[in-house]
Design a binder for this molecule. Structure first.
Ligand code: BEZ
Length: 208
C-alpha cells in the first residue's frame, strides 16, 4: 500500500510489549511519532529506541506519543528493551509493535525489497490528532535517524497549524517564519500585526 501526506493513517490492532493496541484509539487526541525498525537486538535500532526513551519529556511537551515497530515478537521486544535500557541508560515505556508477520510493515509501506524482503526500513510517520499523515521520512537500515530533526518537524507542523505560517530552510524554534503566498497582504495585516520583511512579494518573513 502506498501512503501519502494527507491520507488518514490506516488503523490497526496489534500486539505490543505493553498489550494489544487499537492504533486510533490508543493515539486519542495526541500526535504520533510512528517509527519502524528492521529487527530487535541490532545496534542502530538500539540507539534509536534509547534516544526516543530519553526524549520522552520532549515528546510529552509536544503532546506526541511515540510508537515503535520492529519485525520481531513481544518476547523478543521485552528482552531487547532490557538491553536498550542498560546500554542507553534509559527506561523505555512506549509501545513497540510486534510485527513479526510484517502485517503493519506492509500496511505502512515499510518493506523496501531492495533493502530487505523480511524486515522494515527506518520509516517515520508523523500523524496528527485527526489521524492524518503530516510527514513521512524513510531512512535505510544503515543510517540512524536525527532526533533533533524529528522534534523540529513536529514543532514546525504544530506552529504552522496554530499560526498559519510556513517555515524556511533550517528553521528552528525562535527563528523567523514565512507568511504563505496564499495569505494576501490585506489578511496578513490582521494575522501578523507585528509586520513582516518583504524580500519579494512572495517571500515575506515575520516573527511569531
Ligand atoms: C541496525 O539496527 O544496526 C541494523 C539493522 C538491520 C540492518 C543493518 C543495521
Amino acid at each position: 500500500m502506498s501512503l501519502h501526506i494527507g491520507d488518514t493513517a490506516p488503523n490497526f490492532t496489534i500486539a505490543t510489549q505493553v498489550g494489544d493496541i487499537d492504533f486510533h484509539e490508543w493515539s486519542g487526541d495526541s500526535w504520533v511519532f510512528f517509527f519502524s525498525h528492521p529487527a530487535d537486538f541490532t545496534p542502530v535500532c538500539t540507539t534509536e529506541m534509547g534516544r526516543t526513551a530519553q526524549l520522552s519529556g520532549e515528546f510529552d511537551a509536544r503532546n506526541t506519543k511515540a510508537l515503535g515497530l520492529s519485525t520481531d515478537g513481544v518476547e523478543e521486544h521485552l528482552k531487547w528493551i532490557e538491553d536498550v535500557n542498560d546500554t542507553q541508560n534509559t527506561s523505555l515505556t512506549f509501545p513497540i509493535v510486534a510485527d513479526k508477520d510484517l502485517e503493519i510493515s506492509k500496511l505502512y509501506d515499510m518493506i523496501h525489497p531492495d533493502e530487505s524482503d523480511t524486515a522494515a526500513v527506518r520509516s517515520v510517520y508523523i500523524i496528527d490528532p485527526d489521524k492524518k499523515i503530516r510527514l513521512m521520512m524513510t531512512y535505510p537500515m544503515s543510517v540512524g535517524r536525527n532526533f533533533t530533526e524529528i522534534l523540529r518537524v513536529i514543532d514546525a507542523l504544530q506552529l504552522g497549524d496554530a499560526k498559519r505560517i510556513a517555515t524556511p530552510a533550517d528553521w528552528a524554534p525562535g527563528k523567523k517564519v514565512i507568511i504563505p503566498p496564499s495569505i494576501a497582504n490585506e489578511e496578513a495585516k490582521d494575522l501578523f500585526p507585528q509586520g513582516w520583511d518583504e524580500l519579494r512579494p512572495y517571500l515575506r518573513l515575520t516573527e511569531v
